[in-house]
Design a protein around this ligand. Structure first.
Ligand code: SF4
Ligand code: SF4
Length: 136
């Protein structure tokens, strides 16, 4: 089965300068477009890829990158939630105009529904730990 999808790759500083993404083409025969790429002052890399073609190959390629220590998440409207930075304080829930960020009363965890996000970036400004991120 073929599909087109966009994913966000976050590289730890140890691997930010390694040509790991090239391996997607060389090892797995994947076709991709690099939509955005940046390196932070701390040498952490961020890349947005559009993957095209065979779903199974895509899964294998992304598994390879995860094994190399990359954090991979689907791209949705240019806003993402970095779960490891979130301590579920709820500050973003109050500013989110669409309910895309919401508190589950059962476990007091804050979740992000990317389908409801309009990329207003209010949460990006209000999050004390920079868990909400707008991609440039
Ligand atoms: S404001 Fe930041 S740390 Fe607090 S719940 Fe929202 S994403 Fe998590
Ligand atoms: S960008 Fe706006 S709509 Fe999207 S989660 Fe943040 S506050 Fe909600």
């Amino acid at each position: 089965m073929n599909q087109t999808r966009k994913v966000v790759l976050r590289f730890p500083h140890e691997s930010a300068d390694q040509p790991l993404v090239c391996e997607l083409a060389l090892r797995f025969g994947l076709v991709f477009n690099i939509l955005r790429a940046s390196i932070s002052p701390h040498r952490e890399g961020l890349m947005v890829l559009e993957l095209v073609g065979d779903t199974e190959k895509q899964e294998k390629g992304l598994a390879f990158l995860r094994d190399k220590g990359l954090d991979i998440e689907p791209l949705s409207q240019d806003i993402r939630k970095i779960e490891r930075r979130c301590y579920h304080c709820g500050a973003c829930v109050g500013v989110c105009p669409t309910g895309a960020l919401y508190l589950d009363q059962k476990n007091y965890q804050v979740y992000f529904d990317e389908n409801r996000c309009i990329a207003c970036e209010f949460c990006v400004q209000s999050c004390p730990t920079h868990a909400m991120e707008a991609l440039i």
